[in-house]
Design a protein around this ligand. Structure first.
Ligand code: M6P
Ligand code: ZN
Length: 189
């Protein structure tokens, strides 16, 4: 076969874990220190500030390319700060008309969603659960299980991340551990 006619795949995915491999894969890490503002009481832990809460692997950024898609795999560790489970920061999309799919590979959690009027709800995440997120809906993932929660995501590469609204006001609901089991409660309770 001619090398001109056959090219390599952009990357490979291990479907048992969601892990990506290949030259175009980039990884970012979020520690407790970087996330302390997302927890109601960031002091309610003795874990060191450099504790890894989650890692995101994603294909090399093509954010300038209108219509291009990005793929990412997130591994969110189990844990709590006070009664709150470990979670991602959460964001709206800068371009509100750009959506995103999430699919759970392994673990258990909650996808927390909030529209621009601050209406909130949560969807259970479990192996095989598939979620569609509108870009006008802020999204955050919470690990309510005992093992790392692994999920894959696919989104429009020019969507952009808008973290500011979440950094200022947070989500209207929180997922907390009550008597050992997850409960979804309003943030002002
Ligand atoms: C998924 C995607 C990424 C996002 C990541 C972590 O992989 O939605 O775009 O960056 O989760 O979420 P956050 O950016 O809110 O920390
Ligand atoms: Zn997103």
């Amino acid at each position: 076969m001619s090398a001109d006619l056959v090219r390599s795949a952009i990357a490979s995915i291990d479907w048992r874990t969601g892990s990506l491999a290949g030259d175009s894969v980039r990884e970012t890490v979020r520690t407790l220190a970087e996330l302390k503002d997302v927890f109601r009481d960031p002091t309610a832990t003795e874990l060191p500030p450099d504790t890894v809460v989650y890692r995101v692997q994603r294909l090399d950024d093509r954010s300038g390319d209108e219509g291009a898609l990005l793929w990412g795999t997130t591994v969110l560790e189990p844990g709590v700060v006070g009664d709150e489970y470990f979670m991602t920061h959460g964001h709206f999309h800068q371009k509100r008309e750009r959506g995103e799919f999430y699919a759970t590979v392994m673990g258990e959690g909650m996808l927390v969603l909030m529209d621009e009027q601050r209406n909130c709800w949560a969807e259970k995440m479990f192996p095989g659960s598939l979620h569609y997120v509108s870009g006008a809906t802020a999204h955050r993932v919470v690990n309510t299980g005992e093992i790392p929660l692994r999920f894959v995501a696919c989104w429009a590469s020019d969507a952009g991340h808008d973290y500011s609204a979440i950094a200022q006001q947070g989500f209207g609901i929180r997922v907390v551990r009550r008597a050992g089991v997850p409960a979804v409660v309003r943030s002002d309770l």
